[in-house]
Design a protein around this ligand. Sequence first.
Ligand code: HMG
Ligand code: MG
Length: 312
Amino acid sequence: MSLPKKIRIVEVGPRDGLQNEKKVISTELKAQFIRDLSDTGHQTIEVTSFVRPDRIPQMSDAKELFPLVRDLDKSADLVCLVPNLKGLELAASLGVKEIAVFTASSDTFNQRNINATISQSFERIEPVIKEALNQGMKVRGYVSTAFGCPYEGYVNPEKVREVAKRLEGLGCYELSLGDTVGTGSPLSVSRALDLILKDIDVSKIALHFHDTRGMALANIMKGLEYGVSVFDASAGGLGGCPYAKGATGNVATEDLVYLCQCLGIDCGVDLDKLTHASRRMLSELGKPTTSKFLQAYSNAKDANESLYLPTP
Ligand code: HMG
Ligand code: MG
């Protein structure tokens, strides 16, 4: 079995990780978090979203936050989530160079999340992608509920393929398949990839696993076996989805980086620095981490034990 030698992690902690947090985090602390994450070597960081502030209050400081971190775009791609032309206009006015558009493979989730069916969402997204590309931006596309919907349950991989292909056709350079509520399994990942990779080159696929049922790393392993080399992850495992009750955070970046170390895969992220970034934000939130690696690391650190197990 040959796995990719190198992967890219899309760090979604500042956006997906924080968007559901009730405690208001100051803009300066968010900026510090993003700086800390950039310092770990991350090449892609999703920093915020330009959505309706009353829907996602934690992201309502996007206009103030982005200018505080804009200089980091010399070393990392800074991605902002954009739902419509209004969001794009705001993002463009601040010098955002990469956006992510988002839709889903189930209508009910989409209605709750963005007040549009899949087909209505494309009426919105199409002009956003066109305009963003016209302005020289890069556009990433999310397909939520790719491995199950909190309202409709099973999602047919044919639907995922259709939505992903459409986003690709509109000009998205990468399609991130979202396991919004963590119901995916290695088998469903396999079934979806068997189908989708018939149409879309594996280099354009990213996988975005929430770890609600503890399957994220197993699913990533399956993705690696298929040659996928881009994975979304959230520092410390922060996160949840405001429109998917009970969904927990993305796979913790620490756990993914550690998996890479164990497998000899280069992901370019400094694990020690990452633990500092996560611990600082988690302590601000007053939350424990869901990351198994970070738990072990923190326990070992407290007990002055060796922090890492030997890796092959
Ligand atoms: P809508 O209500 O249909 O929009 O919202 P509208 O065009 O009818 O406008 C209504 C009002 O909102 C107007 O204000 C607009 O100006 C304002 P009014 O005239 O009434 O005063 N408005 C905006 N304000 C600021 N920025 C904007 C904006 N757009 C409209 N961009 C919309 C549609 C999509 C905008 C809304 O439903 C929304 O913002 N939803 C939030 C969606 C969201 O952020 N969800 C979480 C992220 S997705 C996710 O987490 C999944 C992912 O991680 C992958 C996975 O895990 O599967 C990506
Ligand atoms: Mg998500």
